[in-house]
Design a protein. Structure first.
Length: 263
């Protein structure tokens, strides 16, 4: 029994010594030539070698960046179609004053373009011509303007341009072989919400009750005055004619008795 125990102890001791010798041998194995002993192995594939940086060729010389492609408009205008105007400045402003053709705005917000060269402080003048009558002082508007004329004055309009001579009503006047896109004219003035400004014939009288009354009363009064003047002239000539006739009859009546006595 004691012999079996001694044999088991000896076998276990021999196995421990064998494992310790194997670990010591693995720790003292020299690294292969050309390798860094301090390098640690990592699992997975090795990272590829970095190539030349963008903008450099294989020799390291800088390579010029490719030229940017030219920009194009959002909507292509076919050949033969009229080119739509482009607003130089689009802003929201309040009308502070106006005369018979120009409105002066106080700019509240610039939405596109630049008013540089036309603005003084935050005031800017826009020429409308006859359309200025449809604008109200102390009201806000959305204005698209472009310089026009020899003086390059910023110009806008309220009413949409109508085709001359009826447009397509005249056969062959504006007919084209291509279909032209319908583009809203940006050089116009709208309400701030984008709705059109009332440009009716009675727009100037809608807020002026006295003006409405006078607009109808003046022509009627003029017609009555003309009729009365013509009637007065007729009565005058009639009175003159009757007076002359009576005078002639009285003259003939006074001469008749004298002729009787002479005979």
């Amino acid at each position: 029994m004691n012999g079996v125990a001694r044999w088991l102890i000896a076998s276990a001791a021999l196995g421990v010594l064998t494992l310790a010798h194997a670990d010591l041998a693995a720790a003292t194995v020299p690294a292969p030539p050309g390798t860094d002993p301090s390098a640690t192995s990592t699992s997975g594939p090795e990272a590829p070698a970095a190539g030349p940086l963008a903008g450099d060729d294989e020799s390291g010389a800088p390579v010029p960046a490719p030229a940017a492609a030219p920009s194009a408009p959002l909507l292509q205008i076919p050949t033969g179609c009229p080119t739509p105007p482009i607003a130089s400045v689009v802003f929201v402003g309040r009308v502070v004053a106006k005369d018979y053709r120009v409105a002066r705005y106080q700019i509240e917000q610039v939405r596109a373009g630049s008013p540089t060269g036309y603005v003084l402080g935050n005031l800017i003048d826009i020429r409308y011509g006859n359309d200025v009558q449809f604008l109200d002082v102390n009201h806000d508007y959305l204005v698209g303007a472009v310089p026009q004329g020899a003086e390059l004055v910023l110009t806008s309009k309220v009413r949409e341009d109508k085709p001359i001579l009826g447009g397509n009503a005249v056969i062959g006047l504006t007919e084209k072989a291509v279909a032209c896109p319908v583009i809203e004219d940006p050089v116009r003035t709208f309400h701030v919400d984008g709705s059109e400004i009332d440009a009716g014939m009675l727009k100037g009288l809608s807020d002026d009750k006295k003006g409405i009354v006078l607009a109808f009363a003046k022509p009627i009064a003029a017609v009555i005055a003309i009729v009365l003047a013509l009637a007065a002239i007729r009565w005058l000539f009639t009175a003159i004619f009757l007076a002359a006739r009576r005078a002639a009859e009285a003259d003939r009546g006074g001469r008749a008795p004298r002729r009787a006595r002479v005979g």
